[in-house]
Design a protein around this ligand. Structure first.
Ligand code: GMT
Length: 385
């Protein structure tokens, strides 16, 4: 039996709160736990990155604010750092999460190196890098070029693969590797969290997101304002973005006493275990990692049936899917779950089993490892294919 040698893997992602950063950080930690040497390259330590370990390293990218530039540049210092790390530790693979500007920087970094030091570039598209920037004429051609120069391109759902073909006219191979979530042990008990939130007998609805426009927080608030009985629940929002723009909306709807917001929470598991169900009202979503986070704790969600979400939950089996943009449908579905604890329990158990069977680290991480091995065996993709 031959044992494959551990790989040296560079990972670049957005370190701030966001699904792609959470996924990339967990992937790095899982790879290191499997014996690979992992090097994060970014302007900050990734959110939820637990820190340097024997095989986990962080290389900061210094950004200069030269007065001669109207806008600070990140892409070039990132590419220089990627090349420097590749050269120093001899990376086998440079895996970039979210194409803009990471894939372009990786392709540039590779071209700065002599052939024997060039890492394979793997680009993972997460969502708006295709659906928003991919259709922008100011970005689309650069993204398409970086994908064509990557040694492998992955996406987080079948739906995103089709969107990438359609919007970026990219015809090269695309591997679908779904997201995974590796929950950490909660630090507090559910009772302690509920006490912190001031919850009595009310059900706890949970929403976690960066609050960007695509998440349709307006619809989320409209929907919960219609849930009856209004004293039967509280909505907890773990906000990875600024909630201030929605405060007036909450007040106008008369639900200030029903909505609790917590900003930039790191210990999301504390809240996931304390919740009764999740609510997601996005108008587009390539996967919805937060939905999976709920599933991992055996909690069902009401969610709009958009993008890759139907690949994550099956309607009526492991969650409840509603049409996009329909606040009434969201409200009725929440009432259906809150009013029927037996059904809620069944859906939650099915959700947890599904998460375990399809979206666990043990299922997904080997798919990335196999991909890395595959690209390492192939010649480097130096130019557009
Ligand atoms: O694409 C984005 O809007 C940002 C990105 C992120 O960094 O959070 O979110 C996307 O990637 C997540 C991780 O793969 C997915 O779970 C989200 O569904 C996806 N967001 C969208 O498609 C809007």
């Amino acid at each position: 039996m031959t044992t494959a040698r551990p790989l040296r893997i560079g990972i670049t992602c957005y370190p701030s709160v966001g699904g792609s950063g959470i996924l990339a950080s967990s992937l790095g930690e899982e790879l290191a736990a499997r014996g690979h040497d992992v090097h994060f390259i970014s302007y900050e330590r990734p959110f939820r990155f637990s820190g340097d370990g024997p095989r986990l390293h962080f290389h900061p990218v210094e950004i200069n604010d030269y007065t001669l530039f109207k806008y600070p540049d990140y892409t070039l210092p990132l590419s220089v750092k990627m090349a420097e790390v590749s050269r120093t530790v001899r990376l086998d693979v440079l895996h970039v999460h979210y194409a803009v500007p990471h894939a372009t920087a990786a392709v540039l970094a590779r071209s700065m190196l002599p052939p024997e030091l060039q890492p394979r570039v793997v680009t993972t598209l997460h969502g708006t890098d295709t659906t928003l920037l991919g259709r922008d004429p100011g970005y689309g051609p650069a993204i398409r070029h970086a994908l064509a120069c990557s040694d492998a391109v992955t996406v987080v759902s079948d739906w995103l693969r089709e969107e990438t073909r359609r919007l970026l006219a990219f015809e090269g191979p695309i591997d679908v590797i779904h997201n995974f979530f590796a929950p950490r042990r909660p630090r507090r008990t559910a009772a302690e969290v509920r006490r912190e939130l001031g919850l009595g007998s009310e059900a706890m609805l949970l929403h976690l997101s960066n609050l960007r426009a695509v998440k349709r927080i307006d619809l989320l608030l409209d929907a919960v304002a219609r849930v009856r009985p209004r004293e039967g629940f509280k909505l907890v929002i773990l906000a990875g973005g600024d909630f201030t723009p929605f405060v007036d909306h909450v007040r106008r709807l008369g639900i200030s006493d029903r909505v609790i917001v917590r900003q930039r929470v790191n210990e999301i598991e504390d809240y996931l275990q304390a919740a009764d169900c999740g609510v997601f009202t996005s108008e587009s979503e390539s996967f919805c990692l937060s939905l999976l986070e709920m599933m991992c704790f055996g909690r069902p969600s009401v969610t709009t049936a958009v993008g890759g979400i139907p690949e994550v939950v099956e309607n009526g089996v492991s969650g409840v899917l509603v049409p996009p943009g329909d606040a009434d449908a969201v409200a009725r579905a929440i009432e259906g779950l809150l009013g029927n604890p037996t059904k809620r329990g069944e859906l939650g158990r099915a959700a947890e089993q599904r998460a375990h069977a399809h979206f666990a680290p043990a299922v997904i991480v080997p798919q990335y490892e196999a991909l890395y091995r595959r690209v390492c065996e192939a010649p480097v993709a130096a130019g557009p294919r």
